[in-house]
Structure formats: C-alpha cells, structure tokens
Design a protein around this ligand. Structure first.
Ligand SMILES: Nc1ncnc2c1ncn2[C@@H]1O[C@H](COP(=O)(O)OP(=O)(O)OP(=O)(O)O)[C@@H](O)[C@H]1O
Ligand SMILES: [Cu+]
Ligand SMILES: [Mg+2]
Length: 755
C-alpha cells in the first residue's frame, strides 16, 4: 500500500474537493482518498501494483483539475521556491483582474447613481448611462475577470455536478444576459409597460467582490501553511564537514551518513547526529519546544536545525535527508494538515447537496416571482441574489483553515498532531492514563541500593554484579540499563551470555559462565519456585520509598537484591495537578509492583493506580477503562507512554500520546507526540484542541447561518411584508465577507498561547 500526496490546482470550493475525492476513490486500486480544500492537497492510499500515480493524476486532469505529485521528503528547498512562484503568479493574476474589475465597477456604479437614488448629480455625464457603453465596459469583467468561474462551472458540468462556480456563473450571467437583451431590444420591454433597465453593474460588482474574496482566501491559505514553511526554513543550507582530513563547506544535501560535522558557537546544527568531540549547550526550542538549552557532550544526540550556543563540537551524522527528526516533523505536520476532521465530513456532505439545492431554490424563486408579478425584472433580482448569497465557499473553508492553523500552532509548541481527528478528539478526553517509567519519571533509573545474601567477602558482591551486568547488557529495558551503568561505575567486567531470554513484564534470564542467572520481579521468581523469604522485608521498605526492586537469582537461589530509583520529571506533579483541575481522571498504569507504584502515585498526586500490569495487558486495561461509562458511548481515554510495551495501549486509546524522547515504536503507534517529553504538553494539547474545535464551530456558524439566513431574504420573503428586496450587489459583498470572516477567525488561532 502506497501513500502519496498530490498538489491540486483548479478547485474553487469544497464541492470540487468532494468530487475529486469521489473520482480518485472510485479508481480501481485506490483504497482511500482525502482531499483538503484549504491545503489544496489530496492524500491517496493506493495499491501500487494495481494503479500508478500517473493514472490517478490523469483521472484528476480529465475532470478539469490539475494534480502534481508532491515530493515525499517535502524538504528540498527548490520545490518550495517553485510552489511559491506559482502562488505569486496566481496572486498577481488575481490582483490584475481585481484592479480592472474594480475600476469598471466603480464607473458603472457611479453611472447608475442618479437612477438608483433618483437624484441629479451634475458631475455625472448622462452618456455614462448609455447601455451600449455599459455593455462594452462590462464584457471584459464578465468574461475575462470571470473567466475562472466559467471554466470551473464547465468542468463541473462535465462531471455532471455543480459547484460554487456554477452559482456565480448562473447568477452573473443571468444579470448580464438580461441586460444584453434589454440593450438590444429595448422596445420589447417598453411596449409591455416595463422600464428598459440594465443590470450590468450587478454582474460586474459581484464578480469583483468575489475576486476580492478569493484574493483574501488565497493570501490566508498561504499564511496557514506558513507553519510548514517556517519549519523547513529552520534547516540550514550548508554544513561544514571533514573530508580527506580537510574542513570543507558543503550543501546540506551532500552530507552523508557518518560524515564528521563541525559546529561552531551560534551555528545551526545541519543534520542529526552523535557528538564525538567537544562540549556545548544547544537550544532545541524550535524542535522540542523545550525552552532551556540542553547540555551536550560526547555520546549525546544532537538534532538538526537546532542552534548551538556556547561551545564548538564535532559530531557524526546519523540521520540525513528525509530521515532527520525535522523532516519527519514536517511530514507529520503536512499529513495532519491534509487530513480531515470528523466535523469536516458533515460539512462536506452538506456542501454536496447544497449547490443543486440552491439551483432548485433559485428556479422556484424565479417562477414564483414571475407568476406573482408578471415582471421579469422583479423576478430576476431575487433569483440572482439567491444564487450569489448561497455560495458555499465559506463552508468549505471553515474546518480546514482552523485545522491547519491549529496543527501548525501545535508544532510550534513541540506538539506533533498526526491527524485532524485526534486534534478534534483531544478536548473530549475524560480519563488520562499515564505510564510510569519514562513518562512520569525521567526514564533514567539509577541503582541506589544493592545487597547480597553472602555479603562482600572474597569479592562476592562484584562477582554477582558482573553476572547481572552480563545478562542485562542484552536487554533494552531501562532498568537493565541502570544495572549496566552501575556495574560500569564499579568497574566490573562482563561475560558472554548463552540462551538469553527476556520475559516481558517479568525479567530476563540466561547462562553466564555456566551459571543460570535470572533477574526480575519478585512475583516471577516466586512463580519459578524460588525461595524469597530472606529479602521480603527489605523489598517492602524499598518499594514503599518508590524504588523499583529487582531480584537476582543464580542457579535457582536468591543471591542479591537491587533498589532502583527513577527520579520524577520536575514537571510531572504540576501537570497532574493541572489535569485534575481540568476535571480529568488521572490514572497510572505500570508494570512495576504495587507498593512502588503507589508510592510514586502519592508523590505526584495520582489517586488511581493499575500496577503489575503485564505489557501485553496494558491495551486490555485501556479497553476496560473505555467501557467504564454510564453513558452509551464509551469513555474517551487518552494514554500517555514512551515504551515499546506501551505501543498497543497507545493504539487502543482514543488519543495516544507518545513522549518524543521515547521509542520510535511508541511514536508510530500514537496520535500525538510531545517532542520534549514534558507532560505539560498534554495540557497544551488539550487546550489547543478546545481552541481549535471552538474555532471550527464559530467558522461553521459564520458559514452556515449566513447562508441559511440569507437565502430566504434573498428570495424576497421580506418583500410582501416590508417591501425589502436584497440587491444582488449586497449579496455578493456579503458572500465575500463570510469567507473573509471565516478565514480571519481561523487566523485568530495563531494567538493561541501554550500552557
Ligand atoms: N530486563 C529486566 N531486568 C530486570 N527486571 C526487569 C527487566 N524487564 C522487566 N523487569 C521487571 O519487570 C517489571 C515490569 O516491567 P515492565 O517493562 O512491564 O514495566 P516497567 O518498565 O517497570 O514500568 P512501566 O510500565 O511504567 O514502563 C519491572 O518493574 C522489573 O521489575
Ligand atoms: Cu462563494
Ligand atoms: Mg515504560
């Protein structure tokens, strides 16, 4: 299964987006397709053995749109410049048409001022109101400025659908053609007792106003993707590497794996790597959101695009090109911005029915008015108004613009949101499940206690430690790393291990120097039939202090006991307090034993603890929590974790939140990643979700209610009561205003402040 993104051109509104979606989805071999109108992108999942990207492209082209594949990395600077150039050219074209349209519209409006107001203006020459002159002036506006609308509606017609272009074309063409007939055959109207009035200005002004709306829209779309451009812009262009013993400056694209890169104070780090020489502090705020500079020494990882502060150092490139953290972030943000929030699907379904519905209403309006007044002029005005005011352009913009600004804002604060869906869901979270090790705690445990059954005589202690380290060297578990580090600090050597087995959630075992060594939990060793009596008291004391206790048995006999402390993250307590304040239930989920877990829970203020949960049962536990609901729907549960063992639970949870410093597996299984590992990011994410969803609702209100309110007024419902008839010009202005208000409102999200 392949996933590709296509850049789309030629969409005018959300109904174009849904027809492209339909076209692509109906192709054989395509599994899924989502079109984002705001980003002008399609994300397609397809089977590359059944269909090629080329075929998908040509299907889109055949429907009158254009599709270009976006390069996967999304990181090469050239592509971005090209896109920018295209956008600039489009903007210039829009502005030119807008200027021409405005000038002509102003002339036309001035010309009919005396008619509209019934007053005499001495400075307006009478010949300006000549219908033939007006025809000449309006024609370029109608067909050159409005060219795009005609193309759009023709394409729609080919697909046997109607879009907002159809509405605009029908509306303005109706006004234009009616005026044309009046201009050519005025007698026809005069003989029937009607005034031979033309409505050229209506068409010209409406087209101009809609162009103005499009220009605003165009600009705003450019701004919403600014978040990504900002991210890409973080990447430096050059790197200084050592090749053949010489320092040379090369383009960042030319950096290869294992190149030794030199970074001086104040410089940006070009790619990801591992420090091999020198010390420094690095400002990683742009990537992780963490505001304090981080100390770096040999062995530490550095992230590309972060800024080196104080010292200079050398590092070995470990990830380049599309594998760097920054490239991954860019990709994730792009994918999220291209994805669809569930709320959007409702809007889409409405739009699909909207345009045909409006045309029906317009026809009905025309017939009723014509029948009621026997006056074609009077029938025409409300019909044109209905067509214009009902334009669903604002509706199509409502959700995607907010989602784009919201996810961009998240990325700025070190929160990566994978999809619009999780961004929408996060504000509904009722229960939040926190993993202990690596999530609440630093995940860098240290051995603080070590006792042996046989004391320290004859180097017994060191011998046992050597056995332990030899075995744990093979394990990836954080506790295992603690044991290895401790052994290193005591300078004991390690031996080879035979038949190594890791028992998830219990411990590890294997043969070292022909001894059978087991290290793990009390429960596990007891279940193996080993006598643990002698250390039970010690075990309880350490556990109650919040230490993880691991037992060590050699050849089926307990030999030693270790107490391991993992310090709490400095922000954990405050984060838990805030989560409680937001009214969430906070639960701790851990594989560690109950007394240890409870001691730590007490320290951070968590009241509900699930301890001794085996890794394969963590997802099950989340499921149980989801079912704990009095209502019909299940409880919305978020899971926060970092380890491989948390991955199934992260996937099971409604919102899976991974700690960015955790394993790749956990990050892949999650919906949201907190790059810095600071738990307060959870609160920011929830608040951002609240803000975004609120913003979407406001937008839908602006778009929907405006249309719903506007249509009956435009159709002339108020005419019998008050004699009010909505001028099509006002309808056009109002329509542009509704798009502008939606986009402006979405951009307000940029003021969102992280917690
Ligand atoms: N390699 C190992 N060495 C020693 N003990 C281990 C090892 N692997 C697992 N254990 C024991 O099994 C217990 C449960 O492990 P598990 O990985 O499920 O959870 P955890 O890492 O302690 O906690 P959390 O679920 O909060 O991440 C550990 O607390 C430890 O006692
Ligand atoms: Cu519109
Ligand atoms: Mg863990």
């Amino acid at each position: 299964m392949n996933t590709s993104r296509l850049k789309l051109k030629g969409m005018s509104c959300a109904s174009c987006a849904s027809s492209i979606e339909k076209i692509i989805s109906s192709l054989p071999g395509v599994k899924e397709c989502a079109v984002n109108f705001g980003a002008q992108q399609a994300t397609v999942k397809y089977n590359s053995q059944k269909i090629e990207l080329k075929q998908i492209q040509s299907a889109v082209d055949a429907a009158g749109f254009k599709a270009y594949p976006l390069n996967k990395e999304g990181m090469t600077i050239g592509e971005d410049d090209k896109e920018k150039a295209v956008r600039k050219a489009q903007e210039r074209d829009l502005i030119l048409k807008l200027v021409v349209g405005s000038i002509i519209s102003i002339i036309l409006v001035v010309a009919c001022l005396p008619m509209m107001t019934g007053l005499e203006f001495s400075f307006i020459p009478r010949w300006l109101h000549n219908p033939w002159l007006q025809l000449i002036l309006t024609t370029p506006v109608q067909f050159w400025c409005g060219y795009g609308f005609y193309i759009g509606s023709c394409n729609a017609l080919k697909r046997q659908t109607a879009t907002m272009d159809t509405l605009i074309t029908l509306g303005t063409s109706a006004a234009f053609l009616y005026s044309l007939v009046v201009t050519v055959f005025p007698d026809f109207f005069v003989e029937r007792g009607l005034r031979a009035e033309v409505y050229y200005e209506t068409s010209a002004v409406v087209i101009t106003l809609i162009l103005l709306g499009r220009l605003f829209e165009h600009r705003a779309k450019g701004k919403t993707s600014a978040a990504i451009r900002k991210l890409i812009g973080l990447q430096p262009r050059n790197a200084r590497v050592i090749r053949n013993g010489r320092e040379i400056d090369i383009l960042i694209q030319e950096v290869q794996l294992d190149d030794v890169v030199i970074v001086r104070p104040g410089e940006k780090i070009p790619v990801d790597g591992e420090v091999i020489e020198g010390n420094s502090t690095v400002d990683e705020a742009m990537v992780t959101g963490e505001s304090l500079p981080v100390k770096k020494q040999p062995g530490d990882e550095v992230i590309g695009a972060t800024i080196n502060k104080t010292g200079s150092f050398k590092f070995k490139a470990t990830r380049i090109g599309k594998d760097t953290v920054l490239a991954q972030i860019v990709r994730l943000v792009q994918e999220a911005q291209g994805s669809k929030a569930p709320i959007q699907r409702i809007a889409d379904r409405v739009t699909a029915w909207f345009v045909p519905g409006i045309i029906a209403i317009a026809i009905a309006t025309f017939i009723i008015w014509l029948y009621g007044t026997r006056n074609i002029t009077l029938a025409l005005i409300p019909t044109v108004s209905v067509l214009i005011i009902a334009c669903p352009c604002a509706l199509g913009l409502a959700t995607p613009t907010s989602i784009m600004v919201g996810t961009g804002k998240g990325a700025e604060n070190g929160i990566l949101i994978k999809g619009a869906e999780s961004l929408e869901l996060a504000h509904k979270i009722q229960t939040i499940v926190l993993d202990k090790t690596g999530t609440l705690t630093e995940g860098k445990p240290t051995v603080t206690n070590f006792i042996t059954v046989n004391g320290t005589a004859n180097g017994n202690e060191l011998k046992i430690l050597s056995l332990a380290a030899s075995l744990e060297r093979n394990s990836e578990h954080p506790l295992a790393e603690a044991v290895v580090r401790y052994a290193q600090s005591q300078e004991v050597g390690v031996k080879n291990v035979r038949d190594f087995v890791a028992v998830p959630g219990s411990g590890v075992q294997g043969f070292v120097l022909d001894h059978f060594v087991q290290i793990g939990t009390l429960r596990w060793l007891e279940s193996e039939g080993i006598d643990t009596q002698m250390f039970l008291l010690q075990n309880n004391t350490w556990s109650n202090e919040g230490k993880s206790v691991i037992w060590l048995a050699v050849d089926g006999k307990i030999e030693a006991l270790m107490g391991i402390t993992d310090t709490l993250k400095s922000t954990s307590k405050e984060a838990v307090r805030m989560l409680h304040k937001l009214g969430l239930e906070v639960v701790m989920l851990t594989g560690d034993n109950r007394p240890t877990a409870e001691a730590i829970a007490r320290e951070v203020g968590i009241d509900r603890v699930f301890a001794e949960v085996r890794p394969d049962r963590k997802a099950e536990q989340v499921k149980t929590l989801q079912k704990e609901s009095s209502k019909k729907e299940h409880k919305i549960v978020a899971m926060v974790g970092d380890g491989i063992n948390d991955a199934p639970a992260l996937a099971q949870a409604d919102v899976g939140i991974a700690i960015g410093t955790g394993t790749d597996v956990a990050i892949a299984a999650s919906d949201i990643t907190l790059i810095s590992g600071d738990l307060q990011g959870i609160i920011t994410a929830i608040k951002l979700s609240h803000a975004t969803v609120g913003n979407i609702r406001q937008n839908l209100f602006f778009a929907f209610f405006y249309n719903i309110l506007g249509i009956p007024v435009a159709a002339g419902i108020l005419f019998p009561l008050f004699g009010w008839l909505l001028n099509p010009i006002i309808a056009g202005g109002g329509m542009a205003f509704s798009s502008v208000s939606v986009v402006t409102n979405a951009l307000r999200l940029r003021n969102f402040k992280a917690y």
